[in-house]
Design a protein around this ligand. Sequence first.
Ligand SMILES: Nc1ncnc2c1ncn2[C@@H]1O[C@H](COP(=O)(O)OP(=O)(O)OP(=O)(O)O)[C@@H](O)[C@H]1O
Ligand SMILES: [Mg+2]
Length: 250
Amino acid sequence: MRSKLSRHDTVIQLIDVKKAYRVGEVVTWGLRGVNLEVKRGEFIAIMGPSGSGKTTLLNMIGLLDKPTEGKILIDGVDISKLKSKDLAYIRNRKIGFVFQFFNLISRLTVLENIELPLIVRRIPRKIRIEKAKQALLLAGGDLSWLPKRPNQLSGGQQQRVAIARAIVGEPAIILADEPTGNLDRRSARSVMDTFIKLNEKGQTIIMVTHDPEVGNCAQKIYLLRDGKIVGVREPNKEKCILVTVSHTKR
Ligand SMILES: Nc1ncnc2c1ncn2[C@@H]1O[C@H](COP(=O)(O)OP(=O)(O)OP(=O)(O)O)[C@@H](O)[C@H]1O
Ligand SMILES: [Mg+2]
């Protein structure tokens, strides 16, 4: 799981990151000065109310958008100085995304979806298939899904496929925005079990959630409010998505 490209212990560093959104004359501050350091192998949750800047923060870290002010270092590289070609390279090599609505491509099979990050890297087909299978198993999926289309799977199964796609290229970081937001409790719990297992293998994970029980599955919880980090707390691991017995039996 460890990125072969770098050996920095700090995988992400944000220094006074601010983000302003301008719509016509109106300026909204998505982030108002965020400082954050994520070490390799950490599993952190970012929590906060709607509109507090969680998605904005994740988009900055995922290089999907640029800060208005401040600096972001990924594996020690200041990304504000990079050209879009280099940003795309880092995004493909270093970051795996997991989204609330899975974002799988419906006209592709499960196998083709998982292979995508490797196609971009021009990895030969035989190796791609092997790696896709390994990733799907690691994500708790089943190989019988490979020829299916995403809409032939349940939400929980689709999220496993999305996780497989996120990990297939062995990224330095997994970024997950509300990964359980569209799942029932049991599927949410199994997705969290997968994250915990990946983290135990050394995977760095940054997860956004507004669900306290999901936050409790991480190692550390950062609280975001009005575009600022206002606190850090230890999770209550015993309350990492409790699925009641009657639920489990169903
Ligand atoms: N593209 C945009 N244009 C204008 N304003 C935006 C844009 N994206 C976000 N904002 C504003 O920035 C602030 C932070 O939004 P963000 O989406 O990061 O919140 P969030 O914490 O992810 O909320 P939620 O829990 O509802 O997903 C909000 O005030 C929002 O209205
Ligand atoms: Mg959001």
